[in-house]
Ligand binder design. Structure first.
Ligand SMILES: [Zn+2]
Length: 72
């Protein structure tokens, strides 16, 4: 399973969180350097956005696993 980490992101409509997917070594799948301190997940003023490269990487990994699964 993957861990996720949000980082603060300025957007046209105010503050938002950008969620990245972390590898086992704690770096983001998209290669972006993340702030050491995660954003509080309870801020109602924040919208949630998802990092597209991270999501694409997860989808690719999931489909690779799917192909490796034996078909019986
Ligand atoms: Zn990312």
């Amino acid at each position: 399973m993957y861990d996720m980490r949000a980082e603060p992101m300025a957007s046209e409509t105010g503050s938002a969180r950008l969620w990245h997917v972390l590898q086992l070594d704690g770096s983001a799948l998209c290669g972006r350097a993340l702030a050491a301190r995660p954003v509080a997940a309870s801020d109602d003023d924040c919208r949630d956005e998802y990092c597209t490269p991270c999501m694409t990487a997860v989808a690719a990994a999931a489909s690779r696993r799917g192909r490796l699964r034996p078909t019986t």
